[in-house]
Design a protein around this ligand. Structure first.
Ligand SMILES: [Zn+2]
Length: 64
């Protein structure tokens, strides 16, 4: 994701799921191949941290 330029035009949502505020360019990230947005980079980082945590749990639980 680093260095990737995401566009608000490609964002699937218009409101931040945390706050309901409008999505901004610095709040964009990619999820399951789609662009999703948040009202600021803090909300985006909260989402990315949750994904990383769940991905790590899924990896460690695979094959059990
Ligand atoms: Zn937000």
């Amino acid at each position: 994701m680093a260095g990737e330029v995401l566009s608000l035009a490609d964002c699937i949502n218009s409101a931040c799921p945390w706050s309901g505020r409008p999505v901004v360019p610095e709040g964009l990230t990619r999820y399951r191949g789609r662009v999703v947005g948040f009202c600021n980079s803090g909300c985006r980082e909260k989402f990315e941290a949750a994904i990383r945590a769940f991905d790590a749990e899924l990896e460690t639980s695979e094959g059990e």
